[in-house]
Write a protein that binds this ligand. Structure first.
Ligand code: GLA
Length: 385
């Protein structure tokens, strides 16, 4: 991928890049929509991601090109969100703005070329990979220092304030803290990150439903608002609770009359997910992979019933995967409302078994699933040029 990025850069700008960086996409293992609710989440960086090359210009221009999108331009003196076909460049542009606001000095503009091995819209967070690769490459180019948590925060700020997506820290945090063969565990209230080894002989398979997954325009923002509405009502009885993650399922159920059915279910998804993350951490420690799998299925069921961020296509994939003896557990991964299902499997789950799941999915949903057998990989990093 590095060669493809260098050659794209050369073709477009007629020179070699000065800095390059790679940042991975991610799998959300468990802990759905808990991040912006101050909760617990576990993910893994994948080996697929975004490779970004950059060099300084002599003027104030910012130029962006990619292997799949139209070229885009902006001016360092006037950074505001781009619209239409150029809007893909809002991810690096938002990062540039966030880096400047964090104290990075950019006396001149730059040109950027980017290539991706991540399917976009599959719920593997190509946006966070784009943000983190931009942050790492530009910080090296302009001499700005931060740490992994700082770069993750810069990526999130770009997404929240510039792109307009009210996400939590999961995607950027996992892209920064990913580690080969390890999970990334995040306590989103304190932003404390931990790596935990993947159990030996376990694998990740992604089944992209190929259903549109447009988080910015979708119900993600509605869920974000509903969670905050539920919290405001719960705080009347529990003023000490700063987030939904400070409450238990019992406390939520105890106030279901005031909350009403919809907000009760939304809040129960969050409190239930936090409990399931704890259960998964304990089951991983004791090596009980079936208990891990059971929590993954329960998470999906709560998405389907309580949070309503699943779709019939995602449900069909999970149902098919549940019939496979080599699958420990499966659930939607990421924001939901389309996108992908993640399966956590033994080494015996193979391409043939995956193809049979995809065939059954096509028969039910009249759509092809894209299957990716991926691994837990390392986090964002600079590449040598
Ligand atoms: C998207 C967001 C994350 C997180 C997940 C759901 O991936 O970007 O911040 O909220 O959805 O857990």
């Amino acid at each position: 991928m590095t060669e493809a990025t260098v050659s794209l850069f050369h073709n477009k700008y007629g020179a070699a890049p000065e800095q390059m960086a790679f940042a991975p996409g991610r799998i959300e293992f468990i802990g759905n929509h808990t991040d912006y609710n101050g909760g617990l989440v576990m993910g893994a960086a994948v080996t697929e991601g975004i490779t970004l090359a950059v060099r300084r210009r002599e003027d104030q221009q910012l130029r962006f090109t990619s292997d799949g999108m139209d070229a885009a331009e902006a001016d360092l003196g006037n950074i505001s969100p781009l619209t239409g076909k150029a809007s893909w460049a809002n991810y690096p542009l938002g990062v540039i703005k966030a880096l400047l606001e964090s104290g990075m000095s950019m006396p001149v503009g730059c040109e950027i070329a980017v290539t991706s091995t991540l399917p976009s819209g599959a719920g593997m967070s190509s946006s966070a990979a784009f943000e983190l690769s931009t942050a790492y490459a530009l910080a090296a180019l302009y001499g700005f220092e931060s740490d992994k948590a700082g770069f993750a925060r810069i990526g999130r700020k770009a997404e929240n304030e510039f792109v307009g997506m009210p996400c939590g820290i999961l995607d950027q945090g996992v892209s920064a803290f990913g580690q080969h063969n390890a999970l990334v565990s995040i306590d989103c209230a304190s932003e404390v990150y931990r790596n935990e080894a993947m159990p030996k002989g376990t694998h990740f398979w992604i089944f992209d439903s190929n259903e549109k997954h447009a988080l910015v325009d979708s119900a993600y923002a509605d869920r974000h608002r509903e969670c905050h509405e539920a919290l405001a009502l719960l705080q009347q009885q529990h003023p000490q609770a700063k987030t939904l993650s400070d409450l238990t399922c019992e406390q939520v159920k105890g106030q279901s009359a005031e909350l009403g059915d919809l907000l009760t279910r939304r809040a129960l998804h969050i409190t239930g997910e936090n409990a399931r993350v704890r259960a998964v951490e304990a089951a991983l420690k004791s090596g009980d992979l079936l208990a891990v799998g059971a929590a993954l299925y329960a998470s999906h069921e709560s998405s389907r019933v309580n949070f309503e961020n699943s779709t019939p296509a995602l449900d069909a994939l999970v149902q098919e995967l549940a019939k496979q003896p080599e699958v420990y557990g499966a659930r939607l991964t990421g924001g939901g409302f389309g996108g992908a299902v993640m399966a956590f499997t033994s080494a015996d789950f193979n391409a043939e078994a995956a193809a049979s799941v995809a065939t059954a999915y096509q028969a039910t949903c009249s759509r092809e699933a894209t299957v990716i057998h991926t691994r837990a990989g390392d986090g964002a990093r600079l590449l040598s040029v």
